[in-house]
Design a protein around this ligand. Structure first.
Ligand SMILES: *[C@@H]1O[C@H](CO)[C@@H](O)[C@H](O)[C@H]1NC(C)=O
Ligand SMILES: *[C@@H]1O[C@H](CO)[C@@H](O)[C@H](O)[C@H]1NC(C)=O
Ligand SMILES: *[C@@H]1O[C@H](CO)[C@@H](O)[C@H](O)[C@H]1NC(C)=O
Ligand SMILES: *[C@@H]1O[C@H](CO)[C@@H](O)[C@H](O)[C@H]1NC(C)=O
Ligand SMILES: *[C@@H]1O[C@H](CO)[C@@H](O)[C@H](O)[C@H]1NC(C)=O
Ligand SMILES: *[C@@H]1O[C@H](CO)[C@@H](O)[C@H](O)[C@H]1NC(C)=O
Ligand SMILES: *[C@@H]1O[C@H](CO)[C@@H](O)[C@H](O)[C@H]1NC(C)=O
Ligand SMILES: *[C@@H]1O[C@H](CO)[C@@H](O)[C@H](O)[C@H]1NC(C)=O
Ligand SMILES: *[C@@H]1O[C@H](CO)[C@@H](O)[C@H](O)[C@H]1NC(C)=O
Length: 489
């Protein structure tokens, strides 16, 4: 064989081989990571506890009154949180940030009874111990059978037979819910109909493995009462039929799919299947109420100067001042100075020394990687790279929010040094770097705004005169005027 042919032959092997190696390496890294994280995430079940799983005394009289058209409020939601003895002590502080005893209803479902000598705190959701699920089949080799227990939370919640429940909302113990916004979202849908509401994962690799139709469990999902009623009839069978599926959320989705109900996607649920900083995600949130943030422990703290719990507490503080507006984006220009300003209300402000297109500013800054393989892409939304130092903003973080009457707020944001530091050299950033404070006034984001077509709210720079104090930028957020657009001159 002439050597060139040999080389050709070799090439035709080497390319597929290297491609194969690359793919299988990626795949095995992925699976290794999956096994690893699942070990971190899931828990051991103790064999001692024997829960008497009798359903005879349960009632199912909780069916909503037909024709009940009163608006949905927090009392109509029953939370079912997946917990465990191992994870709960560390995650409890996050849940308590949003849990309001005697207002939010529901339970954290544990794998075992808490120690007898410790009193369960009033500030936590009450707990229930899940039934023994060892008789169910679970065959996902990289998963843990505790997924079966988590799958059955919706069924065990339903069988409690509690009154006036319109929605069963599932979540994890490392999920932070924004209950007011959850109510806003659920109120849009008829609870007498069959609904399965949630959203997919941010990381495409997760959606490919776990399905785009899966309402990911960590981000949380809502099941209307009538759907729950149908689901619980077939759920145990589904658990065995879909024994090979990894997660409880997937098993639920498989079962919902047997009923034929489709996933209603709401973009305010966040599985947060990302690694690193969720900054970009929250700084350019879609125009939808912020409903949940999962993986509160897995991602970096939201505010660089605070730890994780304190970070989320700060966000929740702002949320309580104006629930609908939390993390909502507004964008405006200062045409005097040719600056662009992007506000994520209650969280962060970005200042750019140029007139950026709205289309660019709406993109999520890629401050994170994918969940399983820690890659830079792909995600289910547009990402703007932070690798170009000339495209980086000067970043400000929330300091405080004050009420100025009428539901209006005044929030202040302080420049924080080293997030996305190393901006490009040159004069462009000199003036923007002089600004160390941004003050934002905004009217209350009322619930009825969410019943309109989604539109980003407008803002304007109030101290754009040349004699303005240079170290502060004052922004006013408001609804957009007719024919108003963010069009560069
Ligand atoms: C669950 O039931 C199985 C068999 O019925 C039993 O072997 C196991 O100990 C039980 N586990 C718990 C946690 O009670
Ligand atoms: C389980 O509870 C039911 C109803 O309360 C009771 O009749 C039954 O004896 C209990 N079974 C066990 C094994 O404790
Ligand atoms: C929620 O709505 C019901 C009517 O469906 C009402 O009776 C109840 O008082 C409301 N609860 C809250 C907390 O608003
Ligand atoms: C919740 O309600 C119960 C019963 O009405 C009451 O005993 C308890 O103090 C309340 N807890 C809080 C934190 O308000
Ligand atoms: C409860 O008992 C366990 C050991 O049985 C002990 O480690 C723990 O400190 C005790 N907790 C309290 C609050 O006394
Ligand atoms: C569980 O799996 C075993 C082995 O594949 C099978 O024999 C059994 O029928 C399954 N059980 C159920 C309830 O599906
Ligand atoms: C802003 O941009 C316009 C158009 O590009 C330019 O004419 C003007 O000089 C710029 N102003 C400043 C202050 O840079
Ligand atoms: C400064 O901004 C102008 C227009 O906004 C741009 O053309 C120029 O490349 C920028 N300079 C640097 C060093 O980024
Ligand atoms: C300053 O901002 C106000 C409010 O948006 C606007 O009416 C005015 O035209 C701006 N002035 C300049 C010079 O850009």
């Amino acid at each position: 064989m002439p050597s060139s042919t040999v080389i050709h032959h070799l090439k035709s092997w080497i390319i597929p081989l290297s491609l194969f190696l690359k793919i299988s390496l990626t795949l095995s890294t992925f699976l290794l990571l999956l096994v690893f994280f699942h070990k971190v995430h899931l828990y051991n079940r103790t064999p001692e506890f024997n829960f008497n799983h009798s359903v005879q005394h349960y009632t199912t009289t909780a069916a909503p009154v037909v024709g009940d058209r009163e608006p949905t409020n927090i009392s109509h939601i029953l939370f079912g949180l997946g917990g465990s003895a191992k994870t709960w002590p560390k995650r409890r502080p996050y849940v308590e940030l949003y849990w309001q005893p005697n207002v939010t209803r529901g339970f954290v479902w544990m794998d075992q009874k808490p120690p007898e000598n410790e009193t369960w705190p009033q500030t936590s959701p009450p707990y229930k111990v899940s039934a023994n699920t060892s008789s169910f089949n679970y065959t996902c080799w990289y998963g843990d059978p505790s997924a079966v227990r988590l799958t059955r939370i919706v069924k065990e919640s339903f069988e409690l037979g509690l009154k006036n429940v319109r929605w069963f909302v599932m979540g994890d113990d490392d999920t932070l819910f924004f209950p007011e916004n959850l109510v806003t979202v659920l109120n849009k849908y008829d609870h007498n109909d069959l609904y399965y509401i949630g959203t997919d994962s941010e990381s495409v690799e997760q959606d490919v493995i776990f399905s785009y139709k899966n309402a990911f469990g960590g981000g949380g999902y809502a099941i209307s009462y009538p759907l729950a009623e149908e689901l619980v009839k077939i759920l145990d069978g589904c658990i065995n039929r879909y024994a090979q599926l990894y997660g409880g959320d997937q098993k639920i989705q498989a079962c919902v799919s047997e009923i034929g109900v489709q996933t209603t996607k709401e973009r305010g649920f966040h599985q947060v299947d990302i690694r690193g900083s969720s900054y970009g995600l929250l700084a350019a949130h879609p125009v939808a109420p912020l409903v949940s943030l999962h993986h509160v422990e897995a991602v970096d703290q939201l505010f660089p100067s605070l730890n994780r719990v304190e970070s989320y507490r700060k966000l929740v503080t702002a949320y309580k001042m104006d629930p609908g507006r939390i993390s909502q984006q507004s964008i405006c220009y200062d045409l005097q100075r040719n600056w662009s300003i992007s506000v994520s209300w209650g969280y962060s402000v970005q200042l750019y020394p140029s007139l950026m297109m709205a289309k660019e500013l709406e993109k999520v800054l890629g401050t994170f990687q994918t969940w399983a393989s820690w890659s830079d892409e792909p995600f289910v939304f547009d990402v703007r790279s932070v690798s170009d130092p000339c495209g980086r903003p000067v970043v400000y973080f929330l300091d405080r929010v004050e009420s100025v009457g009428n539901g209006d707020t005044r929030s202040t944001y302080i420049r924080y040094g080293d997030v996305l530091e190393k901006k490009c050299d040159g004069e462009n950033y000199t003036a923007t770097m002089r600004v160390d404070l941004v003050v934002v006034t905004a009217p209350q984001f009322t619930r009825d705004l969410w019943n309109k077509a989604p539109r980003r709210q407008c803002c304007e720079v109030m101290n754009n005169k040349s004699d303005a104090v240079e170290s502060t930028v004052e922004i006013k957020i408001r609804g957009c005027h007719r024919f108003e657009s963010l069009t560069p001159p």
